[in-house]
Design a protein around this ligand. Structure first.
Ligand SMILES: [Zn+2]
Length: 243
């Protein structure tokens, strides 16, 4: 039996406090969802503009297959309690991947790598023992491909891109939105949370390694031979409502 909204809110709250403390969901960014029913598809999801460091029971809403609010019934929701703007992406991942939970973070390393590797359409992370934390991966001799999609405020269009990407790469555990953040999932909240922890570790390790490698390649005297590639790095972009 699926837990009720109060239990889900407590589970989201625990994950949220942890992710917020690690700097992965600052300033109300990020969002969490978990499956309540497969048929009809129903997700419990964090409401928009909620600090993930302080999720309360009224900050969780139930949404249907088109991401519109269907509950919880009989519970007074705050007027502002509407689903995250990105709810449709959660529904898409839950439907296409048969996921039991979807977690979305906005970490520094995930954001940087999503920009640096956007020109290649994604990045590959290989050889790390930590890869074995991804479901089904049994050896460090694994190459995990992480697709990167262009960010978009049009959620219908972005959801179609997500669906196409998941169908094109049926074995991926996650994807990145450029200059935005990470989406990963699992059969339940525990597995999805593990995937966030593993991937954020791998992002930071990859990012730091890249920085060290480029510093060494560029020499230590500030010469003009610094090989840093900035061609893919766009300028700052305004993101009004992150969630
Ligand atoms: Zn977001």
């Amino acid at each position: 039996m699926q837990p009720g909204v109060p239990t889900i809110a407590r589970q989201f709250g625990e994950i949220g406090r942890d992710f917020y403390a690690r700097g992965w969901t600052l300033g109300t960014s990020g969002n969490f969802s978990t499956l309540v029913s497969r048929k009809p598809l129903t997700l419990a999801i964090t409401a928009s503009a909620v600090s993930k460091g302080a999720i309360a029971v009224n900050d969780v809403v139930l949404i249907g297959p088109n991401a519109s609010v269907i509950g919880p019934r009989g519970q007074r929701r705050k007027q502002s309690a509407r689903p995250s703007a990105e709810a449709l992406l959660h529904v898409t991942v839950a439907r296409v991947r048969h996921a039991g939970a979807v977690l979305h973070t906005h970490s520094i390393w995930g954001t940087i790598l999503s920009d640096v590797h956007a020109g290649e359409g994604g990045l590959t992370i290989a050889g790390y023992e930590m890869l074995k934390g991804l479901e089904g991966v049994t050896t460090h001799e694994h190459a995990e491909w992480l697709p990167i999609l262009e960010n978009d405020q049009n959620m219908e269009r972005l959801a179609r891109q997500v669906e196409e990407t998941l169908e094109r790469f049926p074995t991926v555990h996650a994807f990145l939105l450029r200059q935005h953040g990470l989406y990963t999932w699992g059969d339940g909240l525990a597995q999805a949370r593990r995937h966030v922890e593993i991937l954020e570790f791998l992002f930071e390790a990859s990012g730091r390694l890249r920085t060290i490698a480029e510093t060494h390649a560029g020499g230590s005297h500030g010469t003009d031979k610094n090989p840093r590639t900035t061609a893919n790095v766009g300028g700052p972009r305004i993101h009004h409502e992150f969630s």
